[in-house]
Unconditional design. Sequence first.
Length: 98
Amino acid sequence: MLSVVPEVVQASGVAEAAIGATTAAVAAGASPALLGVLPMSADPDAIAFNEVLRACGAAYLGVVSEHAAQRGAFSGAQGLSSAVYTAGEATSAAALTL
């Protein structure tokens, strides 16, 4: 027998949404530092190294953005699951009282 507490599933979804929003906000705050790296000097090696650092920062921000979006999707799925389970339980209870 499956035992689900819809309120707990919903609370977990709210927590996931908060974590995703916090992750996105922190990444947005860090993006100037990750993308605004300046070369140490004007020589070709320093400029090439600077380009690599910026590319790594951009890749990191892309992964963080994807992670935040996945948390948001998971949060939505939990909210939907909670609502569907609650509606199913209400329908079953109504059918039993007939």
